[in-house]
Design a protein around this ligand. Structure first.
Ligand SMILES: Cc1cc2nc3c(=O)[nH]c(=O)nc-3n(C[C@H](O)[C@H](O)[C@H](O)COP(=O)(O)OP(=O)(O)OC[C@H]3O[C@@H](n4cnc5c(N)ncnc54)[C@H](O)[C@@H]3O)c2cc1C
Length: 474
């Protein structure tokens, strides 16, 4: 039995997730008179906005995923636990997590849930095998392997049809991630890989960006969306809108166009960036508290980001549904900090009924399209619903600067800056290594766990005979 247990009589704050919501909430509690336990199923804090650069060989995964316990090492009131939270008991005030066979039950006085969102395949979960999403480092490395692997296989093929299939890359979903991925695959094939093969010409690779919606980058509005589309087309990316994916397999996809006709695209390497589904932990909260979920499974929290009947339980980040708050890093950061501040206010004797509603400060949004090109939208202070919009080189520089600021760790910033310098000035990419495990491990693990068909253990860690860590509630 392991027992990394805070033994003080201070209130115990448990945070689920080490993403933007969870980490920034924990950091906000650094000097508070509480014990904090942050539980996450990954050891790192992942900077998702730059995942596409890992997938396309510009930067290494470590640069955007520093270890959470290292970030928080000087924060003495905080401990970090690795574990997949599979049960939240609101009445019993415990969170239960699993690491391999080890079950850990952690009591809480306050709970901040920031477990984020996953890719949504809109009910077609089997698509995941053929078109990985872009949510985790595993996804990014797997995609890097699939992209480079397709070129390698094409080099070995003398069959024109097979080669065309291998050199056709389809990105499904024309939101920011899809636009970034399509642009970078095209740049990689046209610039970085140019001249590196003998049997194929990588610049002949076809990159298709496809979406069921009628526009590229819908959240950025028509004008910026059209600019981004024009830039992509100039680079050679084919844009197919009003095109709904109805089937996906190893060799390609079935697409239904607006006029009802269906067609097939032969493509071995597909990327899915079309939708999100909030963490399934939201469902447990709904069952126990009656809180509603929206269509993406996000929790319709109260104005103070808590859930009905449980003012000490907050849901923040991509898991929360709050009008006017998009699923972006700033929404999660501000939500996490708000929840931490509400807990700190309680320590000073304030009651939950005194809380001011959460208010989101929109700092604007950006997306890169290609080297030297991005789109940017920033609200104009004092002018409601008016936004300053720009695109091109200066927006791209703004994107680089802003993302560098939010990267955690000086050394990560420096490494990233050096890699950007080489990637953007010489078009060379330093991170083109691929291993067999990166490409196949996720699928293999999925098959393994399906074979084991392990039921989620029933709550009582002790009675399940598993090792447990009981954290004393104060
Ligand atoms: C590819 C991509 C690009 C993006 N680009 C941008 C951008 O340019 N600008 C922008 O503002 N936003 C961007 N976003 C959105 C932004 O990254 C998210 O809004 C933000 O990460 C949400 O923060 P979060 O803390 O809610 O969730 P996340 O950052 O997703 O963190 C969730 C955490 O919960 C943990 N977790 C999940 N389930 C469990 C469980 N059951 N038990 C324990 N731990 C669990 C995970 O390990 C992780 O640590 C992008 C997202 C993606 C995927």
């Amino acid at each position: 039995m392991s027992s990394p247990t805070p033994s003080s009589a201070r209130p115990h704050v448990v945070i689920v997730g080490s993403g933007f919501g969870g980490l920034f909430a924990a950091q906000r509690l650094a000097k508070a008179d509480v014990d904090v336990t942050l539980i996450a199923k990954t050891t790192h804090h992942l900077f998702q906005p730059m995942l596409y650069q890992v997938a396309t060989g510009i930067i290494a995964e470590g640069e955007i995923a520093p270890a959470t316990r290292v970030i928080l090492r000087k924060q003495k009131n905080t401990r970090v636990l690795l574990g997949d939270v599979f049960k939240i008991d609101l009445e019993g005030r415990t969170v239960t997590s699993r690491l391999l066979e080890r079950i850990t039950v952690t009591p809480f006085d306050h709970l901040i849930i920031a477990a984020g969102a996953d890719q949504s395949y809109f009910g077609n979960d089997h698509f995941a095998e053929f078109a990985p999403g872009m949510k985790t480092i595993d996804h990014a490395l797997e995609l890097r392997g699939r992209i480079l692997g397709a070129f390698e296989q094409a080099e070995l093929s003398d069959d024109p049809a097979e080669r065309a299939k291998l050199l056709t890359f389809v990105v499904i979903g024309a939101g920011p991630t899809g636009v970034e991925m399509a642009g970078q695959i095209k740049e990689m094939s046209d610039k970085t890989l140019k001249g590196t093969f003998r049997n194929i010409d990588p610049t002949e690779a076809r990159v298709i960006l496809l979406d069921a919606a009628p526009a590229v980058l819908p959240p950025f509005g028509e004008k910026l969306g059209m600019k981004a589309a024009a830039r992509l087309e100039k680079m050679g990316v084919e844009i197919q809108l009003n095109a709904m994916v109805t089937g996906l397999d190893y060799d390609g996809l079935e697409v239904k166009d607006k006029d009802g006709t269906t067609r097939r695209i032969e493509s071995q390497c597909k990327v899915w960036s079309a939708g999100v589904q909030a963490s399934p932990l939201g469902k447990q909260l709904a069952e126990q508290s009656g809180v509603e979920l929206d269509r993406a499974g996000r929790v319709k929290v109260l104005p103070d980001l808590s859930i009905p009947g449980h003012p000490h339980v907050f849901v923040v980040g991509d898991m929360m549904a709050v009008d006017g708050v998009p699923g972006v890093a700033q929404g999660a950061i501000q939500g996490g900090r708000y929840a931490a501040d509400a807990i700190k206010a309680e320590l000073k004797g304030h009651t939950p009924s005194e809380r001011k509603p959460f208010s989101y400060f929109d700092k604007g949004s950006m997306a890169t399209v290609s080297r030297f090109s991005a789109v940017m939208q920033v609200p104009i202070p004092g002018l409601k619903n008016k936004k300053f919009e720009t695109e091109g080189y200066f927006a791209w520089l703004g994107w680089l600067a802003l993302h560098l600021v939010y990267l955690v760790g000086f050394r990560n910033r420096l490494n990233t800056l050096v890699n950007w310098f080489f990637a953007f000035s010489t078009r060379h990419r330093t991170q083109l290594a691929v291993t067999e495990q990166q490409v196949y491990a996720r699928t293999a693990l999925g098959a393994l766990s399906a074979m084991e068909n392990k039921p989620i253990p029933e709550v009582e860690a002790e009675s399940a005979g598993a090792e447990s860590t009981a954290v004393e509630a104060s």
